[in-house]
Design a protein around this ligand. Structure first.
Ligand SMILES: CC(C)(COP(=O)(O)OP(=O)(O)OC[C@H]1O[C@@H](n2cnc3c(N)ncnc32)[C@H](O)[C@@H]1OP(=O)(O)O)[C@@H](O)C(=O)NCCC(=O)NCCS
Length: 170
C-alpha cells in the first residue's frame, strides 16, 4: 500500500478567543479547546487515509497554560504513527500573546482514528513516513503509547460491562 509523509497530513488553525468561548475565569473554555482539537485531528487523519475516519480515543488533553482573550490560539496536527487500521494524530496548541508576541505551548494531545470502509468496518491505512526531528521522536515513542491504549481499552470494556444502564426513573 502507498505510504504518506507526516507532512502530507499536517494542518494548522488559528483563532481569537471571543467572549462566548471563555469560562468563568475568563480563559478559553476547555470544552471549546477539545472541540478544536478533535476537529483539526480528524482533518489530519482523513488527509492521511483519504477515507472516512472515526475518533476511537483521545488520550488525556494536558492543559498546560490558560489561554486568555488577549492571546491567539493556534493548533497544529499531523499523523505520527499508523497501526493496521488506525492512525495516531498529535495535536500541539500554541498560544500567542498578541501584544508581546510571546508564544507558549498551552496544550498537547494524542488521538487515535480508525479508517472505515463502505460498510463502516475498519480498513487498512497507508503507513506514515516521519521526517523532521519532532516527527521522528513522536514516531519512535508511539508503540509505547499504543500499548498503553490497548491496555486502557481492555480495562474500559471490562468496566463498561460492570456498569448499569438503568435510568433513575426505570
Ligand atoms: C473505533 C471502532 C471503529 C473500532 O471498531 P472495532 O470493531 O472495535 O475494531 P477493532 O477492534 O478491529 O479495532 C480497529 C482498530 O482500532 C483500534 N482501536 C479500537 N479502539 C481503540 C481505542 N479505544 N483506542 C485506540 N485504538 C483503538 C484498534 O487498536 C485497531 O487498530 P489497528 O488496526 O491499527 O491495530 C469502534 O469501536 C467504533 O465505531 N467506536 C465508536 C467511534 C465513534 O463513534 N467515535 C465518535 C466519538 S462520539
Amino acid at each position: 500500500m502507498e505510504k504518506r509523509y507526516s507532512r502530507e497530513s499536517r494542518c494548522y488553525k488559528t483563532s481569537r478567543v471571543f467572549p462566548p468561548d471563555v469560562n468563568n475565569h475568563n480563559t478559553l473554555f476547555g470544552g471549546k479547546l477539545m472541540a478544536y482539537i478533535d476537529d483539526i485531528a480528524s482533518i489530519a487523519a482523513t488527509k492521511h487515509c483519504r477515507r472516512p475516519v472515526v475518533t476511537a480515543s483521545t488520550d488525556s488533553v494536558d492543559f498546560l497554560h490558560p489561554i486568555r482573550p488577549s492571546d491567539s490560539v493556534s493548533l497544529e496536527s499531523f499523523v505520527t504513527w499508523t497501526g493496521r487500521t488506525s492512525v495516531e494524530v498529535f495535536v500541539k496548541v500554541i498560544k500567542e500573546d498578541l501584544l508581546s508576541g510571546e508564544r507558549t505551548v498551552a496544550a498537547t494531545s494524542f488521538l487515535t482514528f480508525v479508517a472505515l470502509d463502505e460498510n463502516r468496518k475498519p480498513i487498512p491505512v497507508p503507513d506514515v513516513i516521519p521526517e523532521s526531528e519532532e516527527e521522528l521522536k513522536l514516531f519512535e515513542t508511539a508503540p509505547g503509547r499504543a500499548e498503553m491504549r490497548k491496555r486502557r481499552r481492555d480495562e474500559s470494556k471490562r468496566f463498561a460491562g460492570f456498569l448499569s444502564v438503568n435510568q433513575p426513573w426505570d
